[in-house]
Write a protein that binds this ligand. Structure first.
Ligand code: OSB
Ligand code: MG
Length: 375
């Protein structure tokens, strides 16, 4: 049996410039922040993970600074003291710490990568995935200029992306959808409101209901389930929840209440791979399809998204685009590439299956903190 004894932990506060600014109803990202995690165990094996926190709490309450704090004070001391056989052992050891799901998820996923590398197995195989490639969609931010939006849609369709998602907000919703339908016909299209509306906006959704969208993502408040159930009962287009699903408990409640017909699973948002798999399995039992969402991850976070997207109940294209959709250069080798059929190949190498380029990570790091076990 493999037993992980953690020797050193390094946290990298990384800032990478996006090729093009990404605007949503909650804000605009140009410099994309995150915290990368590197764990080395006593046998010298290495695991990597990514905590996709921003410098501002606009999509999610955790930030770079809260992550560094909770990691240093609570998570890493436990990690250095716990013998780990399964990544869930880390979650159990830190279960008294409430919240900080993204920070915890980052360490849990790093342990998954480390474990898979120690077993010399690809991560997707370890979590029961079955696919050799995964289907990619692309998420387009609010552009505000119809001509530029159409150019962007056209470019991504030509590259092979299998579904277009556009971000919407009040006054940038019906028009862009109507125009895309007019120019590109019945392409797979969906919208994401990032919680920008209330039930008073029911008319917007009644109108969107006419455009045969695959789904409307997170139309209402980021904590809400009840009002989404009410909205879902009044429109035909499936609601997909993102922000409102923070754990398996939210997923169970949402399905029971009828708050959504589809779930966007982001491993960081729900607390890691184990929780993602639990949500995936619960949804499957209730005939609720899911897909894997993203948060502009680097090549490291993308590896975990890809592994999850090989699970059987992934029924829609994922927000897992190629490295070059986000960044001039990625911090892994090879970078994530899109095949002309809009898929990404699932790597067969151990762990997340790509080589991590530490020199590139150091180049993009604003701060590097190292923690060592004293035993
Ligand atoms: O709501 O899905 C979202 C990016 C950052 C934060 C929230 C979201 C997004 C995206 C981009 O839509 C998805 C991607 O990584 O390509
Ligand atoms: Mg979303």
């Amino acid at each position: 049996m493999i037993n992980i004894r953690v020797k050193t932990v390094k946290l990298y506060h990384v800032v990478m410039k996006l090729k093009t600014p990404f605007e949503t109803s909650f804000g605009k990202t140009i410099d994309r922040h995150c915290v990368l995690v590197e764990i080395v165990d006593e046998e010298g094996d290495v695991g990597w993970g990514e905590i996709p926190v921003d410098d501002v709490p606009y999509y999610h309450y955790e930030t770079v600074e809260t992550t560094l704090y909770i990691a240093k004070e609570f998570l890493i001391p436990k990690l250095l003291k716990t013998d780990i056989i399964e990544p869930e052992d880390f979650l159990n050891a830190t279960s008294r710490i409430r919240g900080y799901v993204m920070a915890k998820a980052g360490f849990e996923m790093t342990l998954w990568d480390l474990l898979a590398r120690k077993k010399r197995k690809p991560l997707y195989e370890l979590i029961g995935g079955t696919k050799g490639r995964i289907v990619s969609g692309v998420s387009i931010g609010i552009i505000g200029n119809t001509e530029l939006l159409l150019k962007s849609v056209s470019r991504f369709l030509n590259e092979g992306y299998r579904r277009i998602k556009i971000k919407i907000k009040p006054k940038w919703d019906i028009e862009p959808v109507k125009t895309i339908r007019k120019i590109f016909g019945n392409i797979p299209l969906q919208v994401d409101a990032n919680a920008a509306y209330t039930l008073k906006n029911i008319n917007v959704f009644k109108q969107l209901d006419r455009y045969n969208l695959l789904m409307i993502e997170q139309p209402l408040h980021y904590e809400d389930l009840a009002e989404h159930a009410e909205l879902q009962s009044k429109i035909r287009t499936p609601i997909c929840l993102d922000e409102s699903i923070k754990s398996i408990y939210d997923a169970k409640a949402a399905i029971k209440l009828g708050s959504c017909k589809i779930i966007n699973i982001k491993p960081a948002r729900v607390g890691g791979l184990s929780e993602s798999i639990a949500i995936h399995n619960h949804a499957l039992e209730h005939n609720v399809p899911v897909w894997i969402g993203g948060m502009l991850e680097t090549g490291i976070g993308r590896g975990f998204q890809v592994a999850l997207a090989t699970l059987p109940n992934i029924k829609y294209p994922n927000d897992i685009s190629a490295s070059n959709r986000y960044y001039e250069e990625d911090i892994v080798e090879p970078p994530w590439l899109l095949n002309s059929d809009g898929t990404i190949a699932v790597p067969k190498k151990p762990g997340i299956g790509v080589e991590v380029l530490v020199d590139k990570i150091e180049k993009y790091s604003r701060k590097i903190i190292e923690f060592k076990s004293h035993v």
